[in-house]
Design a protein around this ligand. Structure first.
Ligand code: AMP
Ligand code: MG
Length: 312
């Protein structure tokens, strides 16, 4: 291929346009996330948001990197998994641009895009992906020529759990970063914490996970008068340890030695530290891409589209 590949991400509350050049080198995305004043994401409202800001963001990403749309030689969009109304908006924007420019259009898998940007950014070869985002919590690895989901949440995504817990305390979306701040503040205040009085359910079921019981129990601690920063610390410890445990089981089962983090919750330093500890204990390695490529972004979609078009 000779030109640039555009990637359009619309699986949930973020609309994002990203680019890779003719060598597959990634360029930062132009993104906008719907942040509801109250409650969670309504799929139709998110889709309307994406429609409203699409033209402006598309122009912005081209301008950011000084390119003209005639230099695009492929258009990729996230085909799933995601919210139906949001996916439809992304697919129709992508189709419109590809048809107008008469370039190939390709739909790609959002989870695999997290793996490919991580492999490229971190230089790992054949990792187990611990994909921890708002709506998704999955452990994925490539076996016998295909990516397979080895374990996943049985109820809500870890990020949604953190966001919902935060919302119950009046903390606006996204709650994950604020919970991280509060947990760190607790460690400053109480450098040698124990779980006494802060126990929460720990839901690993074979290779699967669950978070709704954890959410309810953490909220109960707050209602019973436990300090919020202490609960945030315990909530992170329980939730992250369960994810890392399933990832470790997957590494043991597949014989792989690389762990790769992806998804917005992979921005969390405690999650990164726990993953490093586990991987080091197994004489393996843990990797996490730059934060702008952990959260949902159009660049990873462009990269996977580029790779798939190249290998067609
Ligand atoms: P994504 O769905 O991959 O775009 O990621 C969004 C999710 O990542 C939201 O649920 C955020 O609360 C969460 N998130 C972002 N930064 C952090 C952080 N530092 N710690 C924990 N969660 C985070
Ligand atoms: Mg994602």
């Amino acid at each position: 291929m000779t030109g640039w590949t555009l990637g359009i991400e619309t699986t949930a509350h973020t609309l994002s346009f990203g680019l890779v050049d003719a060598d597959g080198k990634p360029y930062p995305a132009a993104s906008d996330t719907l942040r509801p004043d109250e409650g969670g994401i309504h799929p139709r409202e998110a889709a309307d948001h994406h429609k409203d800001v699409a033209a402006e963001l598309y122009a912005k990403v081209l301008e950011m990197h000084g390119i003209n749309q005639n230099q695009l030689t492929g258009v990729a969009y996230s085909q799933g998994p995601g919210l139906g109304p949001c996916l439809r908006v992304g697919a129709s924007i992508a189709r419109g641009i590809a048809t107008r420019l008469d370039v190939p259009l390709i739909g790609v898998n959002h989870c695999v895009a997290h793996i490919e940007i991580g492999r490229q950014q971190c230089g790992c070869r054949d990792p187990v992906l611990l994909y921890v985002s708002g709506g998704n919590t999955q452990v994925i690895a490539r076996l016998n020529g295909r990516y397979r989901v080895l374990g996943e949440t049985l109820d809500i995504g870890i990020g949604n759990m953190l966001d919902k817990f935060a919302r119950l305390q009046g903390i606006p979306f996204p709650g994950g970063p604020k919970i991280e701040e509060l947990a760190s503040a607790y460690l400053e205040r109480c450098p040698n914490p124990t779980m006494e009085g802060l126990e929460l359910p720990y839901a690993v079921r074979g290779m699967d996970l669950a978070f709704s019981g954890l959410l309810t129990a953490a909220q109960r601690l707050v209602e019973n008068g436990t300090e919020l920063d202490a609960v945030c610390w315990s909530l992170q410890e329980h939730a992250f340890a369960s994810c890392v445990e399933v990832a470790e089981r997957a590494m043991a089962h597949t014989g792989k030695s690389e762990l790769l983090l992806g998804g917005g919750v992979a921005c969390n330093e405690r999650m990164r530290t726990m993953s490093n500890m586990m991987a080091n204990d197994r004489e393996g390695t843990s990797h996490a891409p730059p934060k702008m490529y952990c959260i949902d972004n159009g660049t990873m979609i462009a990269l996977l589209g580029f790779l798939e078009l190249q290998n067609r």
